[in-house]
Design a protein around this ligand. Structure first.
Ligand code: DGT
Ligand code: CA
Length: 365
């Protein structure tokens, strides 16, 4: 039998930010931390509107998304803070979050303002995937002050359901070998794609848990749902989900990192790595036909702090030597300011312009 390892060994993650709008407001104004926070989508009618989301303190009082504001106010205590949603600001923060994910991962598919799937398939398997996710969680927390939950599994379905297990601030892994059992014990209403109507249909056929789907034939599900959903639900019950991760984010940066052979504060030693990384980054930017104005050095110190230093030019940085010289200046700056040795170093370019004509060959026109 021919085994397709790229499918068998797939590892997918889903990242979902915790109580997103409310958490962003808590970071913006730390004085409200610890109090119940309710984010309101106001309506043009006075004193009406609905709850967009709320933090866990407010959820403890049974306030939830979609609830009319009047009811939320009845359930709230005097300590509760109500804030009108500031969607443009949440979008800005969301962009920053997924830029960080892009830094660690090639294939990122954002599915909502606070959720993204990313592909973590790698030869070292789940341990490596877990390590990458821990780094992503830490980076989002340190750089933006936000917690998120991540689920890891052999496909999108399992990753999504795993993400819900340890929320908030969770990381939960379901390996391929455990996936079918893991899915089976979930309530049917919690299965991805099952809305209130779908739940009714399942319950009318005596199905309350996902695993109970398997007591029926595929053709029955197709009959009940009268569309492709029936077939998909049947596959889901066996934890089968072949939907690919479809990258949909315009890359905001290109970066490469490496660990030094030994921790160092020698300009010459670190410069060798910078030359190597700058070459990779420049080639990648050329391949993607991206011009850029900002060059950054990312340093992880021997004390595991992450320090980023950047320089931006008014004009696009057009040649490789200019990029290297900017990186050397940034490195000198770091070595001058810091007492910590460098453990890992990265070269990053960002602030993209329109497609560069620079590298285009005649035959491309
Ligand atoms: P979580 O993930 O359970 O910790 O909490 P959230 O608040 O992150 O919930 P999620 O992931 O379902 O939704 C992400 C954001 O989308 C949320 O912070 C606010 C917005 N949102 C969710 N549900 C509704 C809704 O029913 N109405 C409106 N206007 N916005 C919503
Ligand atoms: Ca969320």
């Amino acid at each position: 039998m021919v085994t397709d390892h790229s499918v068998e060994g797939r590892i997918v993650a889903l990242l979902d930010l915790d109580y997103f709008y409310a958490q962003v407001e808590q970071v913006r104004n730390p004085a409200i931390k610890g109090r119940p926070v309710v984010i309101v989508m106001p309506s043009i009618r006075e004193n009406s509107g609905a709850v967009a989301t709320c933090n866990y303190e407010a959820r403890a009082m049974k306030i939830k998304s979609g609830m009319p504001l009047g009811l939320a106010k009845k359930l709230a205590n005097e300590n509760t803070v109500f804030i009108n949603a500031d969607k443009p600001y949440y979008e800005e923060v969301s962009q920053k979050v997924f830029d960080l994910v892009d830094f660690y991962c090639e294939k990122v598919e954002q599915v909502s303002i606070d959720e993204a799937y990313f592909e973590l398939t790698n030869p070292l398997g789940y341990e490596k995937a877990k390590e990458v996710c821990e780094k992503i969680k830490k980076s989002i927390l340190v750089d933006l002050g936000l917690t998120c939950s991540i689920g890891i599994g052999p496909n999108k379905l399992v990753a999504k359901m795993a993400c819900g297990v340890k929320k908030p601030d969770g990381l939960f892994i379901v390996k391929a070998s455990d996936a079918e059992q893991f899915i089976a014990k979930h309530k049917i209403g919690d299965l991805f794609g099952v809305g209130p109507k779908g739940e009714e249909i399942f319950k009318a056929h005596g199905i309350h848990l996902v695993g109970e789907i398997k007591t029926h034939e595929k053709r029955e599900l197709i009959e009940w749902f009268k569309d492709a959903k029936g077939e998909q639900f049947y596959d889901f019950a066996f934890a089968i989900d072949n939907r690919p991760v479809e990258p949909n984010r315009e890359k905001q940066q290109i970066s490469k990192m490496m660990t030094l052979r030994q921790d160092s504060s020698s300009f010459e030693e670190i410069k060798t790595s910078i030359d190597f990384l700058a070459d990779l980054v420049f080639k990648e930017a050329t391949r993607l036909k991206k011009s850029f104005k900002t060059a950054s050095i990312v340093i992880i110190t021997d004390r595991f702090e992450t320090i980023t230093k950047s320089k931006t030019k008014a004009q696009k940085i057009e040649n490789f030597d200019d990029l290297c010289n900017m990186e050397y200046d940034l490195l000198r700056e770091y070595l001058h300011d810091s007492f910590s040795k460098v453990r890992r170093v990265g070269v990053k370019v960002s602030n993209f312009g329109e497609e560069t004509g620079l590298q285009k060959k005649l035959f491309e026109f």
